[in-house]
Each structure stands twice: as structure tokens, then as C-alpha cells.
Design a binder for this molecule. Structure first.
Ligand code: OSB
Ligand code: MG
Length: 370
């Protein structure tokens, strides 16, 4: 007699896809016309789990890009999840790999979906206390100021709870003047995607008069110290995005007073475990947290919406319904927004019905990692 083997037999498939965005999206680091990223599919044991990486085509938002993610996943991280460990266990194995938190996040979230599905829980149940809904704001790319005002009009009609506009050096004053001329009172924020330095202090001080909820990531992508200096010199609250790659960075940000608001992107901060910890740290420090986005398809979006429904999240996020981004998404059950709110899916795991046929159609590469 011999013991029955308990090894789980699962496979990990990747798809690199490219999907045209409904409209080009312009930030201070460039214009995106397509969403290009990796979908990971873990299959076996009666479960089909999915996740989506969040990098951009090039290393312009962060140092990671699609190919560094794929390289790190394939060469180092895939092996560490072959036995489908709990997400925390995977993360502790992955600490050997320095940085590359987007690569880690893609697999960590895949494991959250896998385990939630095995346990018959939705993601919003799996993460602890959920409000049952996520308040939704919109992120608007840079255009001519008049065009941005027009886009805002449409967004307000759709019921968005907060308007965030992209800015860059030299374009901030015309954009904000045009918006505030038409809409003096709407909840408004700006995202600079790191375009400023402390040398721009005079311009940054001028933003105070626009009554903004916050300015998102004005300074360098890995900076905390200069943000703390800026914070002492302006009255507009500071929200950190790029700089918060982990809960440890969030702790340090609050310790030195680099900001009071955090845009949490689970795909950037090595997944859900760290994202929930960032949200807890933010609350402990009297700050505010919301869930951002990276123009994800329905797969990444379902993770973001589940997280955004957490009781720890108190500001509207960048989790628009799927039809803002794509004419056709790779999920058959897109989100809909009512009164500026989206309800997280209630099916097991991320609760999306993946359109595998369409995913294959829009994929330029695919294969098996194990
Ligand atoms: O800085 O939040 C950002 C999109 C791509 C890269 C960075 C950012 C964004 C967005 C869009 O603001 C948010 C979304 O609607 O997904
Ligand atoms: Mg941002």
C-alpha cells in the first residue's frame, strides 16, 4: 500500500492580448491607444482562475513593462506557485525576487481567485468586510481644455461621483481654469503622473485656488521625501499612486507625512494581501484610500471593484464600468453603474464569465508555463 499522492494537477496558461481602447488615453507619460497586457489562467481541480497584469507597453508609468513581467513570471515566479499555495505563502516565497511587484501581483491575485473559487466565496467576501458596492469616479485623459469640459459634462450625466483629470507641466492652469469656469463646485482632482519637481513649487501653489480634493503623484515615481516637503508648502492634499508599491512604502509615506490619500492599485502593489494592508495602514493613520485602475479589461476590473467595495476604502475610485474602455470586453458579464455605484460580482472568485474565444482572438501570443 502506498499513500495517495496529494499533488494538485493544475496548468498555467498565459495570453498576451492587444485590445483597442474606445478613445486614446493621454497622460503626462504618453498616449495609450491599445490595452496590451497578459492574462493568466490557472486551471485544474475543477477551478478556472484568471488574473491580468497591469504594466504598460513600455516602462513609462513604472520601471516594469509587459516583457519584464513575463520574464520574471516565467523564469522565477511561476515555479513558486505550482502547488497553488495561499497568496501569503506565495508572497513570502517571492520575497527572494527584488521588486517586480506587478509581476508578483499578477500571480498573487490569480491565487486569490483560485482559492476563493475553491472555497465557494466571492472576492468581496474573501477580502473581509465589504460594503457591497464601490463608489465610482472617472479618470479623464488630457485633451484640449474645452474638450475636457465636454467630457466632464457627459461623465456627470452618467452619475460619476468624482472627476479626476490628467495634467502636466504648463497645461494645468488652462485645464483647471476651463473646468472651474463651467463647474465651480464638482468634486475634482488632478493626476500629474510624476511630471513636476520641487522647482515647480510656484505653479503647484497656484493649484490651491482650484479647491481640489487632491493632487495625485505630482513628483517622482519612487519619491516620498520631496512629496513631504511639497505637502508642507501647499494646502491641496496629496495622493500617492506610483510611489506606493507596497505596504511598507505606505507606512513610510505616513511616517514622514508624504501624503494623506493613497490610490491603491492591487496590480502595482503585489496583489490583494499588500493592498488590504495598505488600506489598513491608511485608516490607522487617519488617511483616505481609493482603488485606482490601469485601463484593465473585465478581468482586472473585477478584482479592482471587489477591493473597492471593502469597508477600508472610503473615497470613490477609478473603477469605471467596462464600456468606458472597450467596444467589446473579454468578459460576458460587464459591470454596470447605477447612481455612481458598481456592485462587485457575487459569483465565486472574481465572478466573471470569461469569453475565452474572444480572448484567443485578441491574443498575439499564448502558451503554457506549466
Ligand atoms: O495614474 O492612475 C493612473 C491609467 C494608466 C496608467 C496610470 C493611471 C491611469 C488612470 C486610468 O488614471 C484609470 C482607469 O480608468 O483605469
Ligand atoms: Mg495615477
Amino acid at each position: 500500500m502506498h499513500n495517495k499522492l496529494t499533488t494538485v494537477s493544475v496548468s498555467l496558461t498565459y495570453y498576451k492580448f492587444s485590445m483597442p481602447l474606445k478613445a486614446p488615453f493621454t497622460t503626462s507619460f504618453g498616449t495609450e491607444t491599445n490595452r496590451v497586457a497578459y492574462i493568466f489562467h490557472l486551471s485544474g481541480d475543477g477551478v478556472d482562475a484568471f488574473s491580468e497584469s497591469v504594466a504598460n507597453v513600455g516602462p513609462f508609468y513604472s520601471y516594469e513593462d509587459n516583457e519584464t513581467i513575463f520574464h520574471v513570471v516565467k523564469t522565477y515566479l511561476a515555479d513558486m506557485m505550482k502547488d497553488c499555495p495561499a497568496p501569503e505563502e506565495f508572497l513570502s516565497r517571492a520575497t527572494r525576487v527584488r521588486g517586480h511587484n506587478m509581476a508578483k501581483g499578477a500571480l498573487e491575485m490569480l491565487l486569490w481567485d483560485y482559492h476563493a473559487k475553491k472555497d465557494g466565496k466571492s472576492m468581496s467576501q474573501a477580502i473581509g468586510k465589504s460594503k457591497g458596492y464601490a463608489d465610482v469616479g472617472v479618470s479623464i485623459g488630457m485633451e484640449a481644455p474645452e474638450k475636457m469640459v465636454e467630457i466632464i459634462e457627459g461623465a456627470l450625466e452618467r452619475g460619476y461621483k468624482r472627476i479626476k483629470v490628467k495634467i502636466e507641466r504648463g497645461k494645468e492652469l488652462p485645464i483647471l481654469t476651463a473646468i472651474r469656469d463651467s463647474y465651480p463646485e464638482i468634486p475634482l482632482s488632478v493626476d500629474a503622473n510624476t511630471d513636476y519637481t520641487l522647482k515647480d513649487m510656484e505653479t503647484l501653489k497656484k493649484l490651491d485656488k482650484f479647491n481640489l480634493l487632491y493632487i495625485e503623484q505630482p513628483l517622482d515615481h519612487d519619491d516620498l521625501v520631496d512629496h513631504a516637503t511639497l505637502r508642507r508648502n501647499i494646502s491641496t492634499p496629496i495622493c500617492l499612486d506610483e510611489s506606493i508599491t507596497s505596504s511598507d512604502r505606505a507606512r513610510k509615506a505616513f511616517e514622514i507625512g508624504a501624503g494623506e490619500i493613497i490610490n491603491i492599485k492591487p496590480g502595482r502593489a503585489s496583489g490583494f494581501t499588500e493592498s488590504l494592508e495598505i488600506a489598513r495602514i491608511t485608516k490607522e493613520n487617519g488617511g483616505h484610500a481609493w482603488v485606482g485602475g490601469m485601463l484593465e479589461t473585465g478581468i482586472g476590473r473585477a478584482f479592482n471593484v471587489a477591493l473597492a467595495s471593502s469597508e477600508l476604502i472610503d473615497y470613490p475610485g477609478d473603477t469605471s464600468p467596462n464600456d468606458k474602455y472597450f467596444a467589446r470586453d473579454i468578459v460576458k458579464n460587464p459591470f454596470t453603474m447605477t447612481d455612481g455605484r458598481i456592485r462587485p460580482n457575487t459569483g465565486p472568485g472574481i465572478g466573471v464569465d470569461v469569453d475565452l474565444e474572444y480572448l484567443k482572438q485578441v491574443s498575439t501570443e499564448s502558451g503554457k508555463l506549466f
